[in-house]
Ligand binder design. Sequence first.
Ligand SMILES: Nc1ncnc2c1ncn2[C@@H]1O[C@H](COP(=O)(O)OP(=O)(O)OP(=O)(O)O)[C@@H](O)[C@H]1O
Ligand SMILES: [Mg+2]
Length: 239
Amino acid sequence: MKIITINVNKGGAGKTTLAYNLAEFLKQKHRVLLMDFDDSANLTHRYGHFTNLNETVINLFENGDVNPIHLKNNLDLIAGHNTVEQLKERLNTRRQREIIFGKWLAQNEKELIDKYDYLIIDTENDEGILTQNALIVSDLVIGVAEASKDSFVALLDLKKFVSELNQDFDVQANLAFVANKINLSENASKELLEELHEYEEYRGYLPRRTKLADDTPIIECADQNLIKQLTAVFKEVLS
Ligand SMILES: Nc1ncnc2c1ncn2[C@@H]1O[C@H](COP(=O)(O)OP(=O)(O)OP(=O)(O)O)[C@@H](O)[C@H]1O
Ligand SMILES: [Mg+2]
């Protein structure tokens, strides 16, 4: 079972869009558990509104008693919740609070390995306690940037943060960079790609397209070129 976290400390770069489309892509051949660690619960809302706490990250972190929601063939979800902000405050007084999720994974390891090939975690644009819990257990962290200076700087900050966590917790998360909302006729997009090409973590880019803002996963849309482009980036990210 491979654990993948999508994060960058920059709002609106495309974390949720990437997590959603990666999960929908992988579920064609693999069993996927999506997890929504963001208090805005944008990813969860793409599938519905779930308020039962034992289907959410609240219970996962509070008492470990959580039942994933079955969304469709090969795809389950542990939902986000709009009280995640309060959860984070409560966790602030817990000992070993960075490894609560890691302990839950260890306690449920057999069941999880039996049921899933991939865990995909969408996070908030922060370096907060839920994000740290996710980064520490990840095999792969995907950082996503749109064409702006802030977004690129946020990717470099993520690289530093992952490297620090790897050292502090003696783990080995790999890092992949993906550029998003790219329009090759614009200078800002071209400049971002030029800068990213200097980094071994860079895996490719997704174009700016309204279809990527839709609630339909790209693998189900009619645009074969876009499906090909997305597939190529995901293959690079997963290689
Ligand atoms: N490649 C793209 N082309 C066009 N629109 C996009 C693309 N990727 C994302 N969007 C749109 O940009 C907005 C931000 O994307 P998204 O919600 O995925 O970002 P995020 O990093 O998860 O944001 P947040 O930090 O708020 O969680 C959304 O409205 C989304 O539909
Ligand atoms: Mg998001």
